[in-house]
Design a protein around this ligand. Structure first.
Ligand SMILES: Cc1ncc(COP(=O)(O)O)c(C=O)c1O
Length: 414
């Protein structure tokens, strides 16, 4: 960062401090990861200087001979990796990708069925505070109170009664497998489009650790960061016949010029995700989440659904005498970074929810395995018991730093 240090020492110093933070803490937020140095190089490249409205070989600006080839590589890799007929890699992030699906397939005020935010769905799946809840007529399905699993039969009954034109499946905070085939049946019964948002689990769908949304879903959306380990971006995959609607919705419907530096980094990340070591990485993410779940249970933590099938674990912090927020704050003091989160049927408000959400993608990228997950669970148990004791938190912080030093974070210069 020599140029940056010279031109803007203040920002350079803060980036340096963030690098140190990312290297020295346990990053357990399930949507975060460490992108590879190759992905970072593409993201920081000269491609940021170029405008390219349109799609490969159909642009509104000249000078696209290399940009076209780069976006074409990203599209081909996306189609091959996910077995999709069509791909669009231009959405600026996950939320704009979902927004493009609404814009492409629906008219304002059409009916949408999506998973409730409080049950683990995403804002863009119809939450009242989001564009999706404001511009469309939405009903929300949730979880079974007895099992904590998606209540497919309630969703089916709701769909029959409400007759949505589009159904969203996928989640931000759901530790179990989603059955896309049941949602396909429900969508067929009412003649709705089925959209699977696999932002959190896209890697697991590639590696086979989670069932694939295709051919069940008409459209699949995903972020390209998170488990996929690319740059921050979004991607849409769909059946060939929907391609014109989706492409037109992204550009010119929602966006102008694509972020070419991100497109190149997406191509690089998809290339990395096609390699056998990425499949092994995803298997390890799940094994680590299960080891973390077991370790936390051994520490006396109560987990939503009792465990996990994927990359994340949701703790109910209240039996430990905490709120999700108070536990997340104490954990951060000890160098363990997670996020407070609602748990199913949470009586507490979103700003002060009952749960803490933990995921293993970033720690697994550092090379940590089951033995380290047991250590991490022990740290969390200790913090939960002694959150008010500054000396204990400081001691755990030291142990965390020691553990992190043994597992350098790829692409993070300190
Ligand atoms: C399921 C799901 N969809 C969409 C998004 C939105 O992605 P972004 O934050 O990139 O807009 C997220 C982000 O957390 C998510 O979890």
């Amino acid at each position: 960062m020599s140029h940056l240090r010279q031109s803007d020492p203040q920002v350079a110093e803060l980036i340096q401090q963030e690098s140190r933070r990312q290297a020295s803490v346990l990053r357990l937020i399930p949507s975060e990861n460490y992108a590879s140095p190759a992905v970072m190089e593409a993201t920081g490249s000269v491609l940021t200087n170029k405008y390219s409205e349109g799609y490969p070989f159909r642009r509104y600006y000249q000078g696209q001979e290399f940009i076209d080839l780069i976006e074409d590589i990203a599209l081909k890799r996306a189609r091959e990796l996910f077995g999709a007929e069509h791909a669009n890699v231009q959405p600026y992030s996950g939320s704009p990708a979902n927004m493009a699906v609404y814009l492409g397939l629906l008219k304002p005020h059409d009916r949408v069925l999506g998973m409730d935010l409080a049950a683990g769905g995403h804002l863009t799946h119809g939450a009242k505070v989001s564009f999706s809840g404001k511009f469309y007529e939405v009903r929300q399905y949730g979880l079974s109170r007895s099992t904590g699993l998606v209540d497919y039969e309630a969703a089916r009954a709701m769909a029959r009664e409400f007759q949505p034109k589009l159904i969203f499946t996928g989640a931000s905070s759901y530790p179990r497998t989603i059955d896309f085939s049941i949602f396909r049946q429900i969508a067929d019964e009412v003649g709705a489009y089925l959209v699977a948002d696999i932002s959190h689990i896209s890697g697991l769908c590639i590696s086979g650790d989670h069932p694939h949304p295709l051919p069940h879903a008409d459209v699949v959306t995903t972020t390209t960061h998170k488990l996929l380990r690319g740059p921050r971006g979004g991607m849409i995959l769909c059946r060939g016949e929907l391609a014109p609607k989706i492409d037109k919705a992204v550009f010119p419907g929602l966006q102008g010029g694509p972020h070419n530096h991100v497109t190149a980094a997406i191509a690089v990340a998809l290339g990395e995700a096609a390699r056998p070591d990425f499949t092994e990485y995803c298997h390890q993410v799940v094994r680590n989440a299960q080891a973390l779940a077991q370790g936390l249970t051994d520490q006396g933590c109560q987990l939503v659904t009792g465990g996990t099938d994927n990359h994340l674990v949701l703790i109910d912090a209240t039996p430990l005498g905490h709120t999700g927020k108070s536990l997340a704050v104490a954990l951060e003091r000890a160098g363990i970074v997670a996020n407070a989160n609602k748990i199913p049927f949470d009586p507490r408000p979103a700003e002060e929810p009952s749960g803490v959400r933990l995921g293993t993608p970033a720690l697994t990228t550092r090379g940590m395995r089951e033995a380290q997950m047991a250590q991490v669970a022990a740290f969390i148990g200790q913090v939960a018991r002694d959150a008010g004791n500054a000396t204990v938190l400081e001691t755990v912080r030291g142990q965390v730093a020691e553990l992190c030093a043994g597992f350098p974070a790829p692409g993070v210069a300190v």
